[in-house]
Design a protein around this ligand. Structure first.
Ligand code: ADP
Ligand code: MG
Length: 663
């Protein structure tokens, strides 16, 4: 059955589902909650200001709706919960108005503000709670509520669906796992905690079993694949290094030497270069490309965003300006004629270094002589991307660069198929960024600090979370911040914002103006998170900081502290101060990631759902490490068993075959 045949699921909703990685019915029913919540009324005597609460009560005034702008409305009404009166505010639920009748008994979910006796609601149920309920919470996207998503899942579950069970039956029997269909149903209908646990265990095991199966195959093949064996003229590399405006750190030199060994060996390179934000990975990648060039091959450097690709391009072009090395850029927003020109050059092999985004591996791009592919700020290629290169008939050496270091025990298991180089020391002369946390009501102080930096001739980043990331809209948004910062500084300094709606050339103009110090305050969502390098920026102010993961905040603040001046990061939040405090205490990305690991599980570390093949649906590398180890052992055994030889479980053999092909 087609997913579009489900009731109330039209093309628009389908687009939203696709954003979540749900393309068909199978994806939908295996889109499990990322956590479970026990729903019961909060006890008001145990609630503090700013807490999330669930209150039952009665509607005491006819709801009012205000349309703030086309895509934003606010509904408010008075609400009596056990004799206490609150004002309830909820965004983008104008459609609820007709159901919220005076005197109706409802349940309100939201954040409480005792000072104003207000609840900013994230959800409203049109009935009181009968008893304690466990519900699943799904990751969703702007425009698609948990409830809607759940109702689609429920309609799909009513179908007579068929789903592959990847766990070999002998293992299912050994561990007494639930049947897969039953487990799926339970994961979405967690009525019984004991059964839910069994269902979760089964789902986690299956996921980790498949992952470890692939990993074991990759590992077996590691360092066995023959690739390009290069001759590299070392004196030229040394000359290049000596000409740099700075002295490379010993970790950078070690990484370069690791890579040189890989490139000159007859085996294919599959290396991860990890190093904290600002540790200087880029120059290592550039020297790698230079070595590749010296041996007669071309290189591709792939960045996750156009801004970053352009920045790398400018840098590289500048570094090689006195040489014959031909550097070009390829990004999605370029004119068709321009792209066609680049395609031609790539096809005849006359570009030595091509820098770009995913456009580099899109259809229609063919390479001649591509010897090295480097991906920046990505944990690794998504499987599809790697196969796209392979489909083009090329198997270059690959270097992945990542600024999110993960603790060693996990790294060994997760990245088992890759070699790892780490840059642990920062370039000398850097001062750690001083990080502080401020409440929203302390905004005056924040603005004073911003002014201090501006007066020194420095520049400032201001970051707000993207509204799309959240379920409610009660947060600072870029447009409002732009207005307010302009009010404060607009007379003397140039304040500009990067909006999501801008096209790429508009964004580029703003970025370039910021780089050239024509803009002093740059406001944006997290588009600047990755990689941007403007040395004169010495302060970053992050609004609604509690909305971000610690690693992500650490990445963000890595945009400052890039020269010898003291830099600052101000986190603005009224909530989760304790968690955020980790950042005020350390500038060490490894420590931050370890804390993140503890607090949020691995999900956040591996970035958003879209990024590659390392994100698990239900498993959590840290909490489920024991299951992972079991899955590792079992999958290894499976690979040497007769089941594998005899193709007893064709679905598993297919996975093995596909991953071997990719490798
Ligand atoms: P990241 O590892 O986060 O990608 P970058 O490669 O962007 O970091 O480097 C951060 C900044 O440090 C850049 O401006 C770069 O030119 C500079 N840099 C790199 N290596 C050194 C070094 N050894 N000494 C001084 N500055 C360096
Ligand atoms: Mg970088």
């Amino acid at each position: 059955m087609n997913i579009l045949d489900l009731p109330k699921l039209g093309p628009k909703t389908y687009e939203l589902l696709k954003k979540l990685g749900i393309n068909d019915i199978d994806d939908l029913i295996t889109y499990y909650p990322f956590r479970y919540e026990i729903i019961k009324y909060s006890n008001i005597s145990e609630v503090s200001n700013g807490d999330k609460v669930i209150f039952g009560g009665i509607i005491e005034s006819t709801p009012q709706v205000f349309y703030i702008k086309k895509s934003l409305n606010r509904l408010t009404f008075n609400f009596n919960s056990n004799g206490r009166l609150f004002k309830v505010v909820i965004f983008n639920r104008a459609f609820l108005k007709s159901n919220l009748k005076l005197g109706k008994e409802i349940t309100v979910f939201g954040k409480i503000d005792f000072l104003h006796n207000q609840i900013t609601a994230s959800d409203i149920w049109l009935h009181p709670l009968e008893k304690e309920e466990t519900i699943g919470i799904y990751h969703t996207t702007y425009g698609l509520s948990n409830k809607q998503l759940k109702s689609f899942i429920d309609s799909a579950l009513e179908l007579d669906f068929n789903i592959v069970d990847y766990i070999p039956s002998y293992l299912s029997e050994k561990y007494k796992f639930l049947n897969k269909k039953e487990a799926i149903y339970l994961l979405h209908h967690p009525n019984n905690i004991k059964l839910l646990k069994q269902a979760l265990l089964r789902a986690k095991y299956e996921e980790l079993f498949i992952y470890m199966l692939k990993m074991n195959v990759l590992k077996q093949n590691k360092n066995k694949k023959t690739g390009i064996k290069r001759e590299i003229d070392e004196s030229k590399i040394l000359a290049f290094i000596n000409n740099l405006p700075f002295k490379l750190t010993s970790d950078q030199l070690k990484a370069i030497s690791d890579i040189k060994d890989d490139l000159t060996s007859p085996y294919i390179m599959n290396r991860l270069l990890q190093g904290d934000v600002g540790s200087g990975k880029t120059i290592v990648s550039i020297i790698s490309m230079y070595m590749n060039y010296l041996s007669g091959y071309s290189s591709a450097l792939m960045a996750p965003t156009e801004i970053l690709a352009r920045q790398h391009y400018d840098n590289i072009k500048d570094l090689f300006k006195d040489t014959d090395i031909k550097v070009e850029l390829l990004v999605g927003s370029m004119k068709k004629s321009e792209k066609t020109r680049i395609y031609k050059l790539l096809e005849d092999g006359s570009i030595d270094i091509i820098v770009g985004t995913h456009a580099l591996i899109s259809e229609g791009v063919n390479y001649k002589n591509l010897g090295l592919v480097i991906t920046d700020e990505q944990h690794r290629f998504g499987v599809r991307q790697r196969s796209m290169l392979k489909d083009k008939g090329i198997e270059p050496d690959v270097l992945y660069m990542s600024a999110t270091p993960i603790p060693r025990t996990y790294a060994l298991t997760i990245y088992g198929d890759m070699d790892v180089s780490s840059i642990k020391t920062m370039p000398s002369g850097r001062l750690p960024v001083i990080t502080t946390i401020k409440k929203k009501k302390e905004m005056k102080e924040v603005l004073t600090s911003v002014y201090e930096e501006l007066k020194k001739g420095h520049q400032v980043y201001v970051v707000a979370p993207s509204i799309e990331d959240s379920e409610d809209t009660v947060m600072e948004n870029v447009e409002e911040l732009e207005k307010n910062f302009n009010k404060a500084f607009g007379k003397v300094f140039k304040v500009s914002a990067l909006h999501g709606k801008m096209n790429d050339s508009e964004k580029e103009t703003i970025m370039n103006d910021f780089k050239d110090n024509k803009i002093q305050v740059l406001i944006s969502t997290t588009v600047i998170e990755v990689g941007v390098d403007v040395k004169n920026a010495t302060m970053m102010v992050i609004f609604d900081a509690n909305r971000f993961g610690l690693s992500q905040l650490h990445q963000l603040r890595g945009r400052v502290g890039r020269n010898s001046e003291q830099s600052y990061c101000i986190l603005i939040s009224d909530y989760e101060i304790e968690r955020l405090n980790v950042l005020t205490k350390t500038n060490d990305g490894f420590k931050v990631s370890e804390e993140d690991f503890k607090l949020r599980g691995s999900g956040d570390l591996f970035g958003s759902r879209q990024s590659g093949d390392l994100l698990f649906k239900v498993a959590n590398i840290k909490q489920d490490f024991n299951i992972l180890l079991k899955a590792k052992e079992d999958s290894n055994e499976f690979l040497t068993s007769d089941y594998f030889k005899n193709n007893t479980y064709p679905e598993l053999n297919k996975i093995v075959k596909d991953i071997s092909y990719l490798n």
